[in-house]
Design a protein around this ligand. Sequence first.
Ligand code: C5P
Length: 231
Amino acid sequence: MVYNPKLFIAIDHSEEKIAKDLIQRLPPKACGIKIGKELFTACGPKIVDWVHSKGFKVFLDLKYHDIPNTVKKACFAAAKMNISILNIHALGGKDMMLSAREGIDKSTNKPYLIAVTILTSMNEDTLKTIGLKSSLKEQIKNLALSASQAKLDGIVCSAKDILNIKKILPKDFLYVTPGIRPKNEAEDDQKRVMTPSDAIKCGSSILVVGRPITKAKNPELIVNQIIKEIS
Ligand code: C5P
């Protein structure tokens, strides 16, 4: 699915002032803001309101993973914040995802509900150490299929995974891809990375980029470079 904006910036800070200073240096017409666990835990729902007041769409990246009833209620509460995208972990299972769907459907604001398949910081070795026996590819495929059967709107995955799974998923599925690194950038703790243009070529609907922008001297410049690269 084509989504606007195609770029969300991960603001992974727990200090409200640092986060706000950074967000004010970003162009709301070109990108949305991903608020994750660090910032939300530190600042709460008022940071979501503040980001909206600056003209940005919000992707609330709290990756819920709990018993179905708890996740349903958490999704309902999150949707009330007028966010545009919300996520849960597909590893929570199909019943949990169906309950999350119910929680969103009960709300008047309906953010896109997407499921994290396997974190882009994990690889085959990580799966083995937690006892998951099938290959990374198989795991991602099963989790993505399960998310579509639970009527979710899309998944969070590595852009590298899209080609392998696209054919078994709905045409209007949303592919949200972290692990994006412009050429010659450090990979940091990401293990499966791709450049912005390659990710879009692979079918990514939304690129999630954090450190290459948040640690840059001129974050707006990097945003504009990425937008130019993918247009
Ligand atoms: O700094 P960097 O570009 O690596 O940030 C990526 C962001 O995307 C982080 O906020 C991380 O929590 C999130 N994310 C991820 N891999 C996933 C899901 C979310 O890196 N599978």
